[in-house]
Design a protein around this ligand. Structure first.
Ligand code: J2J
Length: 541
């Protein structure tokens, strides 16, 4: 077992097994089974390339052999930072088969995040594209390699420039299969983070596959389903709700979109007869705008999922008339719990709620600041526990004591209310995080970077309202003495290797911060200051 992980106590593990949630499957075994039962069917479509389940299975075996030759073995961590390409699947399943653990970085992460993921997970390898979306990932690899002593291999898809080429690793399959157990941790997923850096989330084969099976059932994914992967597949939503893995679990077909724009996605929906896809709210707005002016036939689309951030009821109401399909709101988290509106729910439920827990074994509590249950229908903090919700982050004992209750409920940091029919409405957040259209920013992480600037005396990062993204980030900065511009500060953050989406959209210089009666910086007051300032600017008299 991977050290640094607290999984479920025995009585819960026994229960989830007894109730048939955890059925003893592994990802490696799942692909093998699909290859046997429906080998000729297409698993993944990427551009003109169609890969069958049998072919995928074979290529995964060959890559696993190559990884093994490099010395990658059970429980080794491997940071995987790949976009929506076939290699993402081959790499992940090859690692799953060896019992090695992918650590899922997003394509938008830069050196600050990557160095930390490699270092913290003690990764032995880092797998990247050569260039993607105009960015050269080999530069990130060079830096990580020079800084992280555990990192032995950098593996590149495309032009490898002195690193290992992924293509060269596909070898003759070795028959001695690793002893991978369903209860083993399969990979480390990333948390959105609220205190400092992203935490790593250990997910087991058993618990994740359970979440795929239930998601497939709720979203009616089967062999005929065609899932279009628009969001970066390493993110938990397109990965598992039901996402690409749920689709492969059901024997359906995954179509990879090179990007999220309507001009890339709409022709693919028409050509590949896509039945379901998943978007974050700002993308859904872009698609809603675009559909009126594009002449593609999107009639195959049955379900349009929207999640990752709150989708406004006004926009939600426009989905069915515009796309002629069902909207499904998805409120989930990489730590586990996923809520879905059901496909046959009334339009009012679909438009006005963020769904209900997917599993009958999900336990939900809505509590006040003293952890006491609020009255039914009142807003409170959402706590949850269940067969696919983690019991602790990886190597984070101190943080776990705060992020989980003593009886194992995860403190989601979301403020919600539960309707009479058991549906959840997200009303806000009680965590120090900005949700920038689905991309999560831990305020403290950005503040620490700002504080590293010699001219910054203090910094506080908060959200500000934005019509398109829902929220953007605003940094309030108290300068030490000399004057410098917001532009300089943003450049400084970029040079420190911070992912672009985390660089504050706006910087407000100030002489002091408002404080709470307890002497803490009042982020609530700061949010109000910036919101009022923005409102004043947009008000016309
Ligand atoms: C409001 N807030 C939401 C929603 C997530 C499926 C879907 C999403 C994620 C995800 C995921 C929201 N309305 N519909 O992993 O499997 C905010 C909440 C939540 C946090 C989790 C999945 N859907 N959120 O977004 O780990 O604040 O997962 O706690 O990235 O996003 O973020 P993340």
């Amino acid at each position: 077992m991977l050290t640094g992980c607290s999984l479920w106590p025995k009585e819960f593990a026994d229960l989830y097994r007894k109730e048939g949630c955890w059925r003893g499957e592994t990802f490696g075994g799942m692909l093998r089974e699909r290859a046997k039962s429906q080998g000729k069917r297409i698993a993944i479509t990427s551009g003109e390339r169609n890969i069958s389940y049998a072919e995928l299975d074979k290529r995964v075996d060959r890559l696993a052999a190559g990884f093994q030759t490099l010395g990658i073995k059970k429980m080794d961590r491997v940071v995987v930072q790949l976009p929506n390409v076939v290699e993402f699947f081959e790499v992940c399943f090859a690692l799953f088969r060896l019992g090695a653990l992918p650590v899922f970085a997003l394509p938008s992460h830069r050196s600050s995040e990557i160095n930390y993921f490699c270092e913290f997970s003690e990764a032995v390898a880092y797998i990247i594209p050569d260039i993607y979306s105009g960015f050269d990932y080999r530069a990130l690899a060079r830096e990580a390699k020079s800084k992280v002593c555990t990192l032995q291999h950098v593996i590149v898809t495309g032009s490898s420039e002195g690193f290992l080429s992924l293509t060269d690793l596909y070898a003759e399959p070795i028959m001695n299969e690793a002893d991978v157990k369903p209860g083993d941790v399969a990979f480390l997923q990333l948390s959105g983070g609220s205190t400092g850096l992203s935490k790593l989330i250990p997910r087991t084969h058993d618990d994740y596959i359970y979440s795929l099976r239930v998601s497939d059932d709720i979203c009616r994914i089967n062999q005929d389903s065609v899932y279009l992967a628009v969001l970066p597949v390493a993110h938990n939503f397109p990965l598992s709700s039901p996402g690409v893995l749920g689709t492969l679990y059901a024997g359906g077909r995954v179509v990879l979109s090179p990007g999220p724009s309507p001009d890339e996605a709409f022709p693919l929906i028409e050509k590949e007869r896509v039945t379901i896809t998943a978007l974050v709210p700002p993308l859904a707005l872009t698609w809603l705008e675009a559909i009126a002016t594009r002449a593609y036939d999107l009639a195959s689309l049955q379900v349009l999922q929207v999640g990752g951030a709150k989708f406004s009821a006004e926009a939600a109401r426009r989905i069915r008339p515009a796309f002629g399909c069902t909207l499904q709101q998805v409120f989930g988290m990489a730590e586990g719990l996923v809520n879905y509106t059901r496909l046959d729910d009334s339009e009012e439920t679909i438009v006005n709620t963020q769904g209900r827990p997917m599993s009958e074994y999900d336990e939900i509590r809505v509590v006040d600041e003293d952890d006491l249950d609020v009255k039914p229908g009142e807003v409170g903090q959402l706590l949850t526990r269940g067969p696919y919700t983690i019991r602790g982050y990886y190597k984070a004992e101190e943080h776990n004591a705060k992020a989980f209750t003593s009886d194992g409920f995860y403190r989601t940091g979301d403020l919600v209310r539960v309707t009479e029919s058991g549906y959840i409405v997200v009303e806000g957040r009680d965590k120090d995080q900005i949700n920038r259209g689905g991309e999560k920013i831990a305020a403290e992480e950005v503040e620490n970077h700002l504080l590293a600037h010699e001219a910054v005396h203090d910094a506080a990062v908060v959200s500000m309202p934005d019509e398109f993204l829902g929220e953007r980030s605003c940094a309030f900065v108290i300068p030490r003495h000399q004057t410098f511009t917001a532009g300089e500060l943003k450049k400084f953050l970029k040079a420190r290797g911070l992912a672009t989406f985390k660089i504050p959209d706006r910087i407000e210089f100030t002489e002091s911060f408002p404080y709470t009666p307890l002497g803490k910086v009042s982020k609530k007051a700061l949010r109000q200051i910036i919101a009022e300032k923005l409102a004043a600017r947009t008000t016309t008299y």
